[in-house]
Design a protein around this ligand. Sequence first.
Ligand SMILES: *[C@@H]1O[C@H](CO)[C@@H](O)[C@H](O)[C@H]1NC(C)=O
Ligand SMILES: *[C@@H]1O[C@H](CO)[C@@H](O)[C@H](O)[C@H]1NC(C)=O
Ligand SMILES: *[C@@H]1O[C@H](CO)[C@@H](O)[C@H](O)[C@H]1NC(C)=O
Ligand SMILES: *[C@@H]1O[C@H](CO)[C@@H](O)[C@H](O)[C@H]1NC(C)=O
Ligand SMILES: *[C@@H]1O[C@H](CO)[C@@H](O)[C@H](O)[C@H]1NC(C)=O
Ligand SMILES: *[C@@H]1O[C@H](CO)[C@@H](O)[C@H](O)[C@H]1NC(C)=O
Ligand SMILES: *[C@@H]1O[C@H](CO)[C@@H](O)[C@H](O)[C@H]1NC(C)=O
Ligand SMILES: *[C@@H]1O[C@H](CO)[C@@H](O)[C@H](O)[C@H]1NC(C)=O
Ligand SMILES: *[C@@H]1O[C@H](CO)[C@@H](O)[C@H](O)[C@H]1NC(C)=O
Ligand SMILES: *[C@@H]1O[C@H](CO)[C@@H](O)[C@H](O)[C@H]1NC(C)=O
Length: 880
Amino acid sequence: MFKGFFTSMIVLLFLQQAVSSPSATTTHLCSDVQKLALFQFKLSLSIEACASTHCDISHPKTMSWTMSSDCCSWDGVTCNQLTGDVIGLDLSCSCLGGSILPNSTLFQLSYLQFLNFRANNISGVLPQGIFHLHNLKQLRVDYNSNLTISLPEVKWESSSSLQILSLSETTFSGGIPDSIGYLNSLSSLSLRKCKFSGLIPRFIGNLTRLTTLDLSSNNFSGPIPDSFANLQNLTYLFLDINNLVGQFPSWVANLRQLVGLDLSDNGLDLSDNSLRGPLPSNLTALQLPQLTALYLSNNSLNGTIPSWLFDLPSLAELSLDHNDFTGQIKEFNSSRSPLRSFSCANNLLNGNIPLSLSTLVNLIDLELSSNNFPGFLDVDMFSHLYTLDLSHNGLSLRITNMTKFNPNLESLGLASCNIKKFPHFIKSLEHLQDLDLSNNLIDGEIPQWIWKDSLNDLDLSHNFLTGGLHHLLQNRLFFLKLQYNTLSGSLPDSICNSSSLEILNLSHNNFTGALPTCSRSLESSLSVLGVLINRISGSLPSTLSNFRMLRSLNLYGNKLEGTVPPSFAKFDHLEVLDLGSNQLNGAFPQWLEYLKNLQVLILKSNKFHGMINNSSKIEHPFPSLRIIDLSDNMFSGPLPAKYIKNFKAMMDGEVNRKERSYMGNSYYSDTIITVIKGVETEYVKILTVFTTIDLSRNKFEGQIPEYIGNLKSLINLNLSQNHLTGHIPSLIGNLLLLESLDFSFNRLTGVIPQQLTSIYTLSRLNLSHNDLSGRIPEGAQFYTFQNDSYAGNLALCGQPLSIKCERETNEMQEEEDEGDDYFFNGFTWEAVVIGYGSGVVLGFVVGYIMFMVGKPKWFMGIIARELGLKVRRLEIKRFA
Ligand SMILES: *[C@@H]1O[C@H](CO)[C@@H](O)[C@H](O)[C@H]1NC(C)=O
Ligand SMILES: *[C@@H]1O[C@H](CO)[C@@H](O)[C@H](O)[C@H]1NC(C)=O
Ligand SMILES: *[C@@H]1O[C@H](CO)[C@@H](O)[C@H](O)[C@H]1NC(C)=O
Ligand SMILES: *[C@@H]1O[C@H](CO)[C@@H](O)[C@H](O)[C@H]1NC(C)=O
Ligand SMILES: *[C@@H]1O[C@H](CO)[C@@H](O)[C@H](O)[C@H]1NC(C)=O
Ligand SMILES: *[C@@H]1O[C@H](CO)[C@@H](O)[C@H](O)[C@H]1NC(C)=O
Ligand SMILES: *[C@@H]1O[C@H](CO)[C@@H](O)[C@H](O)[C@H]1NC(C)=O
Ligand SMILES: *[C@@H]1O[C@H](CO)[C@@H](O)[C@H](O)[C@H]1NC(C)=O
Ligand SMILES: *[C@@H]1O[C@H](CO)[C@@H](O)[C@H](O)[C@H]1NC(C)=O
Ligand SMILES: *[C@@H]1O[C@H](CO)[C@@H](O)[C@H](O)[C@H]1NC(C)=O
């Protein structure tokens, strides 16, 4: 979007200044000394695969440099036309790797004014020598993520002529040094995504010549320093994606010099922070005459949307998504506003959608989703737009046979709009890329005309669609969501032919027949195949593994038979494999242990049988597994000790403190159906820190291995309904995050280890129907468990049972612990106390209800930006 626009402007600017090499005039060739220095510099770097995502085109410019030609003619080199001195070096997007050493001959080029290494893979520490190039005006080394920058701490006089400093997406050692405050010629400073945290230094407000300041995508916290009020020449201010707090800065009104020659590109981006409170109500249009784009999404701004926003004479883009704005958007004078794009999705707005929005002559994008706009809406009023999202307001739309939309409409969101049949006007939209009709009341078959060549993203989920699915040949379709309908018939073989499809969700339908056997090798991008809860039968085709990019394969709740093919070991990217609730049989598919990314393995409720062979072939089987559910099968023999010993991903007891996120991405959340705390539920989002082992309802026998106590991030452990014998290992007391423990219906003997009382998070305990004896431990959570936790153990005594213990048995169970120090790692009372501090029972999974919440479009943008992807925005195409 306009940030990309801006970048290309700067590049252009640079080229204009730099591309003036005197190819015709041969009088002043570059000096041999400088040529040699450049050539040696070339040799000191390597040429790598041209892979940067920040370049439209990369090509190895230095490849063509030869000592036999004039270095002023070399690709990327600019000379002073009169003297022949090398003044510019533009090696951006040049596929360079390696390090620039402190003794690099680059630093001999003392006439250098423009130096650009943007978007290469230069690594190591950027030598200080670069800051001693006295004539340097522009330094761009951004997008070299392995390059470490350490700015000089001292007053940076030598570079006081520096005007452009771009260090975005490099690695910084140390914070922003004061010395930047002395670079008083600086007009552009880019420190995007440099992992800074703490306060934004006040001294940035000293750089009064700044026209562009980009501090986005860091972790800055606290308020925006009011010293920024000095930055009167600021044209662009990017502070998005930080943790800034405070109110919308009133000094923004003072940036009235916010002048750029190109009025179309001014902007203020404060999105993704924690700004609170209302927007100032008394700003006037006069104060921000040039403001063209205002992004305030993802904050906690509240109050009503002030009307001055619609009076700003230059404002073309306004984004207020994901705030807490309330009340009605009042009618405004639409003739004054040049607004092209307005978004207020995901707020608490109500009242009628103002008619004025429909009379904005320049408006092309409108996003009003996920508010409380009530009642009926005549969609004709917005039929001229290019992007329209009215989803999740509970609106009832008036759509007639006469309704006709702009044939260039690209994105249409009408989820949760009480639509009863496919709106006919969609048929003639040949440029439609995104269509969301989910959560409506549409019945009948999917019309042929919906399969437009232009579609990228089609969501028809949560309707009452019937009939079959025949068409899947679209080469541009990325996401197809048809879950929660009653579609029937077999899965189309054309799944095999679609090279673009990434997410195919057919869950909760009535599909029958076999899975497609895609025999030839595929050019498939399929990353998610969700077919859970259908009636698919037959066996698992071994050719399924030709979908090499699969990240999530969910076939839960079908009628599949046969065994798991060994070819499944080839799913290099697989994170989720859910084959639960089918009729699969055979032995445990040991080859899955090779899947180094597998996090979720669910084989529950099938007919698997036999011993789980412990002689695993590799040293670290299942290195990423966090969720394993083998319950309700006929596995026998000892518990899979080697696996339990090696579940590395379950051993990090600190995991609970880490940032929480859900599996999947903004387009697809992984879903599992599993039993947690005794209740089977479909969990539509899985936190990446959730861990569970469920081996219940099998025929496992023998003892519970002691080292299960190493799985310190385990939250749910269920070994019930097996034939387990021996004691409960006291080391289970190490599982300080455990919330649910079920060992019921086994043949366990001995006492309940006192150590279990140190698990303060335990909210469900079931030890019933064993042969446990002795006193029930007392303390902490144990006061909350009832009789049924212990039923059917005739020799237990003490609270809460009515059986009193006869005498104090001091034969503690510790005698026979094996004394293996490794297992006692960190198990001290201090550790227990710390565990208590963090171990409050938290929702590890978000239940079904969350499912109804709309897909936030803005979020895609954020994610895409985080990933460094190019965000496709309509504005780019039409802005010029
Ligand atoms: C630069 O220093 C490195 C060691 O740090 C050395 O190997 C290399 O030869 C030196 N290069 C020049 C041009 O002096
Ligand atoms: C970038 O350089 C590092 C070494 O510093 C190397 O491991 C990596 O593969 C390189 N990346 C690319 C894309 O060539
Ligand atoms: C940075 O280096 C690491 C390993 O040294 C490499 O994996 C990564 O690809 C490099 N980053 C880039 C952008 O090449
Ligand atoms: C910033 O400006 C203030 C006031 O002019 C001055 O006291 C301070 O030293 C300056 N800081 C830096 C880092 O330039
Ligand atoms: C971000 O900053 C906060 C406090 O300013 C700090 O607690 C947190 O660890 C930082 N996060 C990262 C990822 O650096
Ligand atoms: C701000 O911009 C104006 C117009 O370009 C210029 O005259 C003035 O010197 C600039 N102010 C600063 C502090 O650079
Ligand atoms: C807006 O109102 C506040 C508080 O009433 C006041 O401090 C501020 O100066 C006013 N701003 C303008 C531009 O009138
Ligand atoms: C806005 O949020 C602040 C807290 O950030 C609160 O004190 C204030 O009452 C809210 N105002 C409205 C109108 O909701
Ligand atoms: C709308 O058009 C369809 C066919 O195009 C027709 O069957 C139907 O009767 C029309 N409905 C109205 C209300 O005109
Ligand atoms: C699923 O299809 C079968 C016939 O194949 C039919 O009997 C059944 O009613 C369908 N179920 C639903 C929910 O439509």
